[in-house]
Design a protein around this ligand. Structure first.
Ligand code: ATP
Ligand code: MG
Ligand code: FE
Length: 341
C-alpha cells in the first residue's frame, strides 16, 4: 500500500502520500516562516507547538486528497532526527500513532538520508536517478556538509562546516545589511544591484585539502565592511555572495577528487535556490564532466515527499524501526543501518 511521510524537524510541517512505486499521490508543506520572522530565527518551542497544532489536520487533508484511507496504507515514515527535538517528537509520535492504530510498519527516517535519496525518486531528475556513488551537497539553514552516497544507508561524510551552516551565514550577513529574516533570498535580490568585485572578502578554506567549510570569518569581514561604510550595501551583498559561491565550488571540486567514481553532485537545501551558487556549481560540472543535479526547488527544501520516499526505500530493503525508537536531535548519517543488498 501507499506510504505516508511526515516532516517536522525544523520549521516546515509537511505530509505526503506516495504510491509504493514512488508516484506522488498528494503532498503539502506548511512553512512557519511568519511565526519565527519576528524573532529573527527559528524558536524551538514555537516550532514544536506549531507542528502540534498543524500536523494532524494536514496529514488528514493530504490523505483525503490522495484518496487513501489510513487503513489502506502500507507503512508510515516520520522524520526522527536530526533536528529540533520538540518537532521531531510531534512527527514521530503522530506517525507511531497511525502505525499502531492500523498495524503498519514504522520507519524512523533520518532527515539527511531523506535529502540524500530524493534524487532517486522516480521521474524527479530528467536523466533518471543517478547511480551510486553520487555526492550530496547539502546547503541549508541548519546543515552544510558534503556526503558520498554509496548505497541505501551507506554514507560517508567528506566534510562539513567548522562553524556556521551556509544558509545561516546568508541569514547573518543579511541581518548585518538590515534585511529581514530569513535573509538569503533578500540578500540575493540586493546583490543583483551590486558589484561582486567591489569589496575584497576572504574565501575561507579555498584551496585547502578536504571538503570542510567555514563561514564565520566571512561574516566578520562583512560586519567590518558594513561598519566602515565605504561600500554600498548592494556591493557588500554581491561580494559576499560571490565569496560563498566560490568557496562552495572549490569544496565541491575537492569532494569530486575524493570520490573520482562519483556519477553526479546532487544539491539540496534552501541555498540551492541561489543563482550565483548554482552557476558556480554548474561551472564545476563543466570543468569536471560530472553533472550537477538539482531537483526542483520544492524538493531541495524540507518536504515530506522525500521522507515518504526514504521510507519506501527502507521498507523495500526490509528496514523498519521499533515503536520505541527515540527521536534524535543529533543523528549523523554514518550511524545508519545499511541495507544488506
Ligand atoms: P534544515 O537545515 O533542517 O533543512 P532550514 O529550514 O534551515 O532546515 P531550508 O529551509 O532548506 O533550511 O533553507 C533555508 C535557508 O536557505 C535559509 O538560511 C535561507 O536564507 C536560505 N536561502 C533560501 N533562499 C536563498 C537564496 N536565494 N540565496 C541564499 N540563501 C537562500
Ligand atoms: Mg526551513
Ligand atoms: Fe532539510
Amino acid at each position: 500500500g501507499p506510504v505516508l511521510g511526515l516532516e517536522s524537524s525544523c520549521d516546515e510541517t509537511a505530509a505526503a502520500v506516495l504510491a509504493p512505486d514512488g508516484r506522488i499521490l498528494a503532498e503539502a508543506v506548511l512553512s512557519q516562516e511568519k511565526e519565527h520572522a519576528v524573532f529573527g530565527g527559528v524558536v524551538p518551542e514555537i516550532a514544536a507547538r506549531a507542528h502540534l497544532a498543524a500536523l494532524p489536520g494536514l496529514a488528514e487533508r493530504v490523505m483525503a486528497r490522495a484518496g487513501v484511507g489510513f487503513g489502506d496504507l502500507g507503512g508510515v515514515a516520520a522524520t526522527s532526527g536530526p533536528g529540533l527535538i520538540g518537532g521531531l517528537i510531534v512527527g514521530a509520535c503522530f506517525g507511531k500513532g497511525v502505525a499502531i492504530a492500523q498495524g503498519l510498519p514504522f520507519v524512523a527516517v533520518n532527515h539527511l538520508e531523506a535529502h540524500a535519496l530524493t534524487a532517486r525518486l522516480p521521474g524527479l531528475l530528467e536523466g533518471g536517478a543517478p547511480a551510486f556513488p553520487y555526492l550530496l551537497l547539502l546547503v541549508s539553514g541548519g546543515h552544510c556538509q558534503c556526503v558520498a552516497v554509496e548505497g541505501l544507508g551507506r554514507y560517508r561524510r567528506l566534510g562539513s562546516t567548522l562553524d556556521d551552516a551556509v544558509g545561516e551565514a546568508f541569514d547573518k550577513a543579511a541581518k548585518l545589511l538590515g534585511l529581514p529574516w530569513p535573509g538569503g533570498p533578500h540578500l540575493e535580490r540586493l546583490a543583483a544591484q551590486g558589484d561582486a568585485q567591489a569589496v575584497p572578502l576572504p574565501r575561507p578554506l579555498l584551496g585547502r585539502p578536504g571538503c570542510d567549510f567555514s563561514f564565520s570569518g566571512l561574516k566578520t569581514a562583512v560586519s567590518r565592511a558594513v561598519a566602515q561604510g565605504a561600500a554600498s550595501h548592494a556591493d557588500v551583498a554581491a561580494s559576499f555572495q560571490a565569496a560563498v559561491a566560490a568557496v562552495l565550488a572549490d569544496r565541491a571540486r575537492h569532494a569530486l577528487e575524493m570520490v573520482p567514481e562519483a556519477t553526479g553532485i546532487v544539491v539540496a537545501g534552501g541555498v540551492a535556490a541561489n543563482q550565483a551558487v548554482r552557476a558556480a556549481l554548474t561551472g564545476v560540472a563543466g570543468m569536471t564532466g560530472v553533472p550537477m543535479l538539482a531537483p526542483p526547488l520544492r524538493y531541495c527544501t524540507d518536504n515530506a515527499v522525500m521522507v515518504a520516499w526514504a521510507g519506501i526505500e527502507r521498507l523495500r530493503a526490509g528496514l523498519t524501526d521499533r515503536l520505541d525508537h527515540a527521536p534524535r536531535p543529533r543523528w549523523p548519517l554514518a550511524e545508519l543501518t545499511p541495507a544488506t543488498v
